[in-house]
Design a protein around this ligand. Sequence first.
Ligand SMILES: C[S@@+](CC[C@H](N)C(=O)[O-])C[C@H]1O[C@@H](n2cnc3c(N)ncnc32)[C@H](O)[C@@H]1O
Length: 367
Amino acid sequence: MMNKENHRIKERKMEKEGTESRKQARLAIMELANMISVPMSLNAVVRLNVADAIWQDGSNSPLSAAEILHRVLPDGGGDSENLQRLLRMLSSYGVFEEHITGGQRKYSLTDVGKTLTTDDQGLSFAHYVLQHHQEALVKAWPLVHEAVVDPTKEPFEKANGEAAYSYYLKKPEMNELMLKAMSGVSVPFIRAMLEGYDGFQGVQKLVDVGGSGGDCLHMILQKHPSIKEGINFDLPEVVAKAPQIPRVTHVGGDMFKYIPQGDAIFMKWVLTTWTDEECKHIMQNCYKALPEGGKLIACEPVLPEYSDESHRTRALLEGDIFVMTIYRAKGKHRTEEQFRQLAISAGFPHFRAFHVDHFYTALEFQK
Ligand SMILES: C[S@@+](CC[C@H](N)C(=O)[O-])C[C@H]1O[C@@H](n2cnc3c(N)ncnc32)[C@H](O)[C@@H]1O
C-alpha cells in the first residue's frame, strides 16, 4: 500500500518536472548558484585591463579575444580562448557587445563596459570593482550567514580579525585603492547631481563629512564660486593622502567626536555604513555644527519600499548586503521613510528627498 502511494507521488513529481514552470525554475536556480562567475569574471577583465585595451582613445572597434590579448599582454603568452569565455559570459550581462562575422567572435564595449575605461583624471569604475574583490573582502563572503546568527560582529571582522576601515588604514595599498574607488564612483555622480540640484545656493562655508580625497567638495566648489571655503573632513590617515585643492582645507578627525562648523554640511555614502544609533549620533554632531536654518545634505542609496526585479532595486539591495557583510552588520541601505525617522530622531524638523540619480538620492535635513 505504502509502496503504491510512494510510487504515485514519485510519478506525480516526475510529471511535474517536465512542465515549463519547473524547467524555468531549475534554470533560474542554476543561474543563481553559478552567479559568482559574474563578479569574478568582471574582476578578471578589470585586472587584465581589457576595457582600456578595447577603447583605445575612443575607437572601440570590435576586436577578437586574440587581438585583445595581444594588447593586454604585449610580450606574448596567455590563453585567448579563456579570455573569450570571459568576454562571452560578460556580453550576456551587457558589459561587452559581441559581433560575430565570418564565424569569428569580436567584442566592443557597451555603455556599461565604457564605465571601466580610464578617463583623463585616471578615474573609472574599475577601481571600485577591484576594491570590492580584494582578498580580505572576498574572505568575508562565505560568512554572510553569520550576520544573521550573530550581528554583533561583521563577517569582515570575523574573517580578518579587525573592522574594515581600521584594516584598510593599516594597509597603504588598500587605503589608496579605496580613495580611487570612491573617486571613480563619486565624480560622475556629483557631475550629474550638480546638473539638477541647487541646494548649495547661499552657502559660504561647506563641510564634507567623510569626504575621502575631497573630489566631491572640489566639484561642488567649482560649480559654486560663491562658496568661499570648503572643509574636507575625514579620518586623519585618509586626509593625509588627499591632494591640495583650491579653497579646501583638509581636516582629520572622528565624526563621532566632533564635526567642524559650517553653513551647510555635505555627506555622501557615509550614513549607509552605520547603524541607526550611530547615524543618529553622527547627525546630532552635524546638528551641533550647523547654524539655525542650516542644512545637512546627505547623498545616500535609498531603497524602494517594494522589492522587484528591476536593475535599480537589485543594485540597491545588493549594496545593502555588501554593507552588512563588510562594514556593519546593522548598517544598511534605508528607505526614504527610514531616513525621515532618522531626521526626527536626530532633531531635524525638515526633511526632503531629491531623486537626482538612480543609485543615490540627495536628502536634505534642515535645522
Ligand atoms: C564610503 S566612503 C565615502 C567617501 C566619499 N564621501 C564618497 O562618497 O566618495 C566613507 C568615508 O567615511 C570615512 N569615515 C569612516 N569613519 C569615519 C569617522 N569616524 N570620521 C570621519 N570619517 C570617517 C571613510 O574614511 C571614508 O572616506
